[in-house]
Design a protein around this ligand. Sequence first.
Ligand code: SME
Length: 156
Amino acid sequence: MTLTGLQEGVDRILEGGGSDEEILQGVVEALEQLVEHYSWVGIYLVDGDDLVLGPWRGPQATEHVRIPIGQGVCGAAAASGETEVVDDVNADPRYLACFPSTRSEIVVPIFDEGRVVGEIDIDSDRAAAFGENDRAVLERIALQIGPHCRFGVATD
Ligand code: SME
């Protein structure tokens, strides 16, 4: 499956409609299933000063279900509004470990009306798995799903 195919799959999910939660769940499933080097895919949503894990898809749950903005690679991307690409997670002191198999990570902020409302977080079991094509497709998908990140997330 190419990244172009992924874009088409996401377009179909958005055209298909449904609740915001269903749409985001469909998007994370498409990302995890269609792209071989995406090992774990989650969407974090901004809740006050934190990021809270929303829909996700992968072999294992993460313990990092709430991350303060500014902490970890996820928190850095939310604070700056810039995509973070980490080629070697073990060499990045900001990295909050979730899965022993993860080698690289990309975090793409999601905007709605100019504000960061969430982010797409993808782990890969392959080192330096994320290139310019991944960044471009994921930033486009992040723009498309921004308006679907308005539902409340469960807070603990
Ligand atoms: N690695 C992230 C935490 C989230 S897990 O990858 C699912 C970070 O450093 O912020």
